[in-house]
Ligand binder design. Structure first.
Ligand code: C2E
Ligand code: CA
Ligand code: CA
Length: 777
């Protein structure tokens, strides 16, 4: 009997160990561990159960043995039921099972004190109930394997309950042998369940991941030993490869990757394979199997593939984004009109060429002369076509080493790389200028073009792009200023030229504070009678140590730097003071027009302030005229319109300046509260040419329809004056009839006019007062 019990104990211990080893393979399956320990405890219980054998005395030692055996048997049962619950993903809480366990143990101890037979009977019942409970959990709704194990538990329950039937102290060999069979079968069944579940889960996981990979929009490629061992559908569709291509993957690298990138890819593979933590982002152009160019962006990392290191590449086809980026880049670096590289490109190229230690080169800034005339007289379409024609001829005829770019408007840039000797550069420049000798056929006309060229040399004239461009520009401006000179090399003395503008902006503030400005007055005359009818005030800056500066040069600067309000205020003040003086001197007044920048209207109180000033100086509102340019008025309509209305309502005259240079709509013109329009010099200059005459005639008709005065500006010849008059202009202004005059000269003109009108008025008065005599017979 002892041998039988010990054999059973040993076998159960082995089965327990086997379960525990199984658990070590898949530690996430906790129930296997529970069952393993359950069998080990069972073997302990069996071994200590020897104490119940009849040849043992009832000593304290044996009581201890029997008690421990009972505790181990109960523990085994607890672990078994716990394992079954965990297998079924039911809760297994210590707060629940520990009290039950202690209760059962306590009852066993108590019964054993009365009679060992009672304890054995109770233990058999407890164990049977525990086994059947497990059978219930595992068998209900289970698969065939689980139902088989449930049957084993049911049988084990019967083996337990029958033990006291054979012998009240459980010492019969029959239930022991039966129990041994049942327990062994049961534990093998549990092992089967564990393995089956582990397999199922592994399969599920593998399926899950393979589905993720198969359906991923990102391409996945695995490279091992320089062979493509896996490619998901997305990766295959990116490269257009088939499974058949993958099978012969050795030469795929050379087919899919441009030659210049293959070495980089091999290097990356080496890095990733040698470092398990490596994560390398990459991007670049690739080829597809059918020869398309694509752009791929990806991440390479180290993985284990079938237990061996491999490179995993996760990637997307980024071609469309890259195309957009390239297009933007091209747009940013490219001049639409001439198809040449633009200023951005030139600046970038200069940055590359001027890196320290770079080779010398020459920079040519070439600007068309009097291009504005073409634009003004022949229209912007012709101007654009001319620029295109010039660009085309230059890019075709210049040597290939020369880079041609258009910097803006009518300015071109030529970079002569590898040419640095002034003599060599000069012959290149002469070659460039020779290209302009024959005329350009543009829109049916033959146009001759001249260029002013400035040359700067790297590194002599500047160490970076900005300085070189400035130097070439300064030289170009110098060439423009010197009549008959087509090209000029930069000299250090020209450095000041380009800075002059900046300095002017800075000096302007002081000039306003110190009132370094004077007004000149250009007379305006009535058409036909050529009688003086008003003046236009034109500002000049008398810059100390410099001379007179034209408003064209500093008014835009004042607008740029926000000083136009102060300057404009000063000009209006000077104009009104002059009016007051003339009023006091001659007792009569003609209107004085003052040019106003639209920015001045941004001060919402501009108009009302102006009216207040007029009143304070006792000047009639009708003696002041505001000139505002057409384009500016439209651009700032919201601020300009209400204030113009206010001024007009008070009697101040308002003229739309430079008419014909912008694109006013008729409605706009009708809504603007103006009293005159001034036809721009560019409309008057071509008169009496037929086309220009037609335009002026239509414009005059328009002005007449709106009851506006129509002033012809920039009248320089008698032909122009006559034509303007004949076409309907009501006033003439220009060098022909009067240049801008100093205050004294203008005052003298006004005095003559006052005297004359006085004489006329007196003559008229006399004529009126003379009695009308009847005609003599
Ligand atoms: P604008 O208002 O169109 O003034 C007419 C310009 O044409 C003046 O140049 C005048 O001297 C010039 N001019 C007059 N008759 C002839 C002519 O027959 N032939 C030619 N070729 N030119 C003629 P200026 O004085 O240099 O003024 C240029 C521009 O500066 C003005 O153009 C005006 O827009 C602006 N400006 C002048 N004074 C002021 C001012 O006080 N305030 C503001 N905001 N701008 C002013
Ligand atoms: Ca004007
Ligand atoms: Ca004008």
């Amino acid at each position: 009997m002892t041998a039988l019990i010990l054999t059973g104990a040993g076998l159960n211990a082995l089965l327990g160990l086997a379960l525990l080893m199984l658990w070590r393979q898949a530690p996430q399956h906790l129930y296997v561990r529970y069952w393993g320990w359950s069998w080990i405890l069972l073997s302990g219980a069996l071994a200590l159960g020897l104490g119940l054998l009849p040849d043992q005395d009832g000593s304290m030692f044996h009581k201890l043995m029997v008690g421990t055996s009972a505790a181990l048997a109960m523990g085994s049962m607890a672990l078994r039921t716990g394992g079954a619950r965990i297998y079924r993903r039911l809760s297994w809480k210590r707060q629940v099972w520990l009290p039950i366990f202690l209760l059962l143990m306590g009852s066993l101890m108590g019964l054993a004190e009365l009679d060992h037979r009672y304890a054995v009977l109770a233990a058999s019942i407890y164990l049977a109930v525990g086994a059947w409970q497990c059978a219930w959990w595992l068998g209900r709704g289970g698969n065939s394997g689980e139902r088989f194990v449930a049957m084993c538990f049911v049988t084990a329950g019967f083996a337990h309950i029958l033990t006291p039937v054979f012998d009240p102290l459980g010492r019969s060999a029959v239930p022991h042998i039966a129990g041994l069979f049942v327990q062994t079968t049961l534990s093998l069944g549990l092992m089967f369940l564990s393995v089956a579940r582990a397999h199922k889960e592994a399969r599920q996981q593998a399926e899950r991941f393979s589905q993720l990979a198969e359906h991923s929009l990102q391409g996945l490629l695995v490279v091992q030993n320089h062979k493509l061992v896996y490619g998901n559908p997305a990766a295959k569709s990116i490269y257009g490869v088939t499974d058949a291509d993958l099978a012969v993957s050795r030469n795929l690298l050379t087919r899919l990757v441009p030659p210049d990138q293959q070495e980089a890819i091999r290097e990356r593979n080496r890095l990733v394979m040698s470092d398990p933590k490596a994560r390398i982002e990459w991007e670049g152009g690739r080829m597809t199997m059918d020869g398309r160019q694509i752009y791929v962006r990806g991440l390479s990392s180290h993985i284990q593939w079938d237990g061996q290191p491999a490179e995993l590449m996760v990637m997307i086809d980024d071609s469309s984004r890259q195309i957009a980026v390239d297009a933007l880049l091209r747009q940013a670096m490219h001049d639409e009109l001439t198809d040449l590289p633009n200023r951005n490109f030139a600046v970038e190229r200069l940055r590359q060429l001027t890196r320290t230690g770079s080779a010398p080169f020459a920079l040519i800034s070439a600007d068309l002369d009097r291009f504005q005339l073409v634009n003004e007289n022949l229209g912007h379409e012709v101007g654009d076509a001319l620029l295109r024609a010039v660009a085309k001829r230059l890019s075709l005829e210049l040597p290939v080493e020369a880079t041609l770019a258009r910097l803006g408007e009518d300015q071109f840039l030529v970079l002569l790389e590898g040419v640095a000797e002034p003599q060599a550069v000069q012959s290149q420049v002469e070659l460039l200028l020779d290209l302009l000798h024959s005329p350009f056929a543009v829109e049916g006309a033959e146009l001759y073009v001249h260029m002013s060229v400035g040359v700067a040399l790297f590194p002599r004239d500047g160490l970076d792009g900005a300085n070189l461009l400035r130097a070439a520009d300064a030289a170009m401006h110098r060439a423009k200023a010197r009549a008959g000179t087509a090209f000029v090399f930069f000299e250090p003395s020209m450095k000041g030229d380009s800075r002059a503008r900046l300095e002017a902006e800075q000096a302007l503030g002081r000039a306003i504070a110190e009132q370094q400005f004077v007004l000149e007055y250009q007379p305006k005359f009535l058409a036909h009678s050529r009688e003086l009818c008003g003046f236009e005030a034109l500002v000049r800056w008398q810059r100390p140590d410099w001379g007179r500066v034209s408003p064209v040069d500093f008014v835009p600067a004042a607008e740029r730097t926000g000083q136009i309000n102060a300057l404009g205020g000063l000009i209006l003040d000077m104009a009104m003071r002059q009016l007051r003086e003339w009023q006091d001197l001659h007792g009569r007044l003609l209107s004085l027009a003052v040019n106003v920048s639209p920015l001045q209207f941004e001060d919402g109180a501009f108009a009302s302030g102006l009216l207040g000033e007029l009143k304070a100086r006792g000047l009639p509102a009708t003696c002041l005229e505001i000139e505002i340019t057409e384009t500016a008025a439209i651009a700032h309509l919201d601020q300009v319109m209400p204030q113009l209305r206010l001024l007009r309502a008070a009697g101040v005259l308002c003229a739309l300046d430079d008419f014909g240079t912008g694109q006013s709509s008729l409605t706009m013109l009708r809504n603007l509260p103006i009293s005159a329009m001034k036809l721009d010099r560019s409309m008057i200059a071509p008169l009496p040419e037929a086309g220009a005459s037609a335009v002026v005639k239509v414009t005059c008709a328009l002005g007449q329809a709106l009851s506006l005065d129509i002033v012809a500006e920039g009248v320089e010849t008698e032909e122009q004056a006559a034509a303007a008059e004949q076409l309907g202009c009501t006033q003439l202004q220009g060098y022909l009839l009067g240049r801008p005059l100093s205050a004294e000269q203008a005052g003298a003109l006004l005095a003559d006019w006052a005297a004359q009108t006085e004489v006329q008025a007196q003559a008229q008065a006399r004529a009126d007062s003379m009695p009308t005599q009847p005609p003599s017979v």
